[in-house]
Each structure stands twice: as structure tokens, then as C-alpha cells.
Design a protein around this ligand. Sequence first.
Ligand code: ADP
Length: 426
Amino acid sequence: MTVLLGCIADDFTGATDLANTLVRSGMRVLQTIGVPDAPLTEPADAVVVALKSRTIDAKEAVTQSLAALRWLQAQGAQQFYFKVCSTFDSTPQGNIGPVTDALMDTLAADFALVTPAFPDNARTVFKGHLFVGDLLLSESGMQHHPLTPMLDANLVRVLQAQTTRRVGLIDYAVVARGLQAIAARIAQLRGDGVTLAIADAVSNADLLRLGAALKGARLMTAGSGLAIGLAQNFGIQPSASASQLPPAHGFQAIVSGSCSAATNRQVAAFQSAGQPAMAIDPMRIAAGEDVAGAALAWAGPLLRHGPVLVYSSAEASEVKAVQGQLGVADAGALVEATLARIGCGLVALGVGQLVVAGGETSGACVQALGISRLRIGPQIDPGVPWCHALAHQDTGRTALHIALKSGNFGGDDFFTKAFTSVGTAA
Ligand code: ADP
């Protein structure tokens, strides 16, 4: 089975977002955690290699991305997608420019289209300028990002600062005219020695037109939005079979370390529905108490009656108070490690359907569970699919259904609704 599309994502939840979009367009998708050391054994139309390379040193990001590229090429992929953030998170040092350059060099690609547009998520690009909702990127709050402050919304300038290639623009008027106009503009840019171009897109129709123009392209650099238009190039139509997972087994549990507003509402809704929930207290973890052991002892007898929730989620004032005493990084690391231990313990108790809330929390749990590959299944809520973990060495189990929820994703009923949709996947 040959992989049609090889994807390299610069962070973990971004990888899942892209994989979810591809599945919804009809592709069967596997996501790997890092670059695998063995060949693919399961059929997949697309594979997304999840790296954590967005803010690391540019040289290291290039090394990891090229390792991912080589592995994807070995699985037969001919077309490649470098997935970046829809707010184009990067600095003048990179990593979007240097990684795109290195991928183009290795692929001998003479042109690459670049667009973070994701209209469904209110990211649009017009005349090369990125908007977040109604605001320019540089006025959207992203100008204050601690690691990648985005001070300029003009992506042609932003990308130009990161590459020695010349960067141009495929503007809205061209994109609106469709396939032939886009192809003609690309030919014109190439004739002028411009080998990278930001593409405008303000609607899904724009992304579909760009997607059609990318048939046969070696490389694109984009947010997950552009992925809606690629399956059509391989003759693949949306279908329920793309998201089919093996039947779900085992008990059901939720581990939540996200303190985002949406997650706090989901915790409250789960409790209001009369479902069992246990809060864990970071100060007790810091005091050396066996908080994980206590949570597992609590959960054990309840599991056979239905889903249980273990959470550290708290309102901002409580989180601030804990961070004031323990420090932001230490508080985060302590809670993540404890929730990851609880996640592993729950799986050892027979949980086969696990929801994890929180981006960092998800990373910690996936790592602790030894998960290296995920098959992407049906979407629970936008951006959050059920996944099937294909390998997790620490627990010795061969199968686990897991959903990894970014903090602000999901409706208020997410924690109860999730287990209904995994049932239909079975
Ligand atoms: P989100 O996706 O909502 O940002 P993350 O899991 O990425 O969620 O981040 C939440 C961070 O907050 C994690 O590092 C987690 O360990 C930490 N955290 C969770 N609960 C608490 C708490 N009660 N007090 C302090 N920090 C907490």
C-alpha cells in the first residue's frame, strides 16, 4: 500500500488537526508520534508525522523534518505537506522558511505554495495579509506570544525574512478565477525567479481551487485548511469508511489537565449530569502525597458503571494561586506527570476508551502510554477525532481508543458525547 500524501507537522495537536481534516475529505490517515523507526504496516492514504519543531533551533527543526521526509519517501509518498500553525507562528530565524527551503532542496522542488488560511477557524489571507477573525495577525494578540510574537501580518515579508528564496503572492483575484489562472500565476512567478508564494484564501472555495491547482506539486507549506482540497486530486471522495476504527473495548475514562474556559465548562457539565468526577490538587502533589494512587483507588470500583473523570482543571484564579506558590513551569510539569500516571493506571485497570483534555496534558499522556502511532477516526467535535492507538509498549495492551482534546475545543457536553460517538465507530 503506497502512501499518497506525506505530511510533516511542526506540533502535536496541529498534526491531529491536519489528520482529522484529511480523514473528513475521505483519506485514510495514520499519525505517528515522531519519526518511526520501522516501515508502515497498515494501509493509509496519508501519514502525518508529528514533530515538536515549531520553536526549537532552526537547524534541529531542519534535521528532524528531513528525517521525517526520508521516512515518508521510503513509504512511497510523492507529495508532501509541511503543516504549520494557522497563525504562522515563527520568528525571523524560522522555522517555517528554513524547513521549507530544506524540504524543497531535498525534493528538488522548483516551487512551493504557502498558506496558513483556515477560514473555518477564522484565519483568512487577503493580499498576503493574515487575519484572525476581523483583526490583522499583528493586532490579534499574537503580537504578545511569548515564543513567536507575530509583529507583522504581511506574510510575504514574514516569510521573506526567513528564506533566501524570493517570495511572491498569488492574490485573491487570481485565486477567485480558478485553476488556470492560478497555474498561469505560478508559471509567471517561476519565470521571474520567485519560487515561494503566499496564496490568498478567504473561503473554503478558495482553498478547494488552490488544492486543485496543487495536483502533482511536490511540496506545500500550509495550515490544516489547505488539506480540504487535496483528496480530490487522488480521486478520493469523502466517505464514512475513511474514519472507520476497530471496535472500541474496555472501560471509559477522562483525564483533564486543561484549565481553558471550554474545558472548565465540560467538567461542570459532566458533574451536573451526575457522572463521577474527582479533582486532584496540585499542592498535594507538591507535598509528596500519592495523588495518582488515590485517584486510581477511587476510580477502580466505579469504572464498570460508566465513564469517570479525573481532573486538575480549575478556574484561572486557582491556577494563578498554585503557580504563585510552585512556579508556572513546575506546577505544569507536576500536574502533567501525575495525570499521565493516572492515564496509564486507568489503562492498566481496563480502560480502553480514554479522553485526554489539554494539549500539553495530551502530549504527556501519549508519551507515558508509549503510543507511537494513531489511526484517525470519526470526529467528536470540530478538530477532535477519536483515534486508535496502534502500539503502546508500556501497558502491553494492543489497542486503545483515545481522543486528544485541545483546551478550547469541544462543546459543553463533550465528555459525555465522546463515548456515544466511539460506539458508532465500532
Ligand atoms: P490547554 O490545551 O487548555 O492549554 P494544556 O494541557 O496544554 O491545556 O495546559 C495546561 C497546563 O496547566 C498543563 O501544564 C497542566 O499541567 C497545568 N495545570 C493543570 N491544572 C493545573 C492547576 N490546577 N494548577 C496549575 N497548573 C495546572
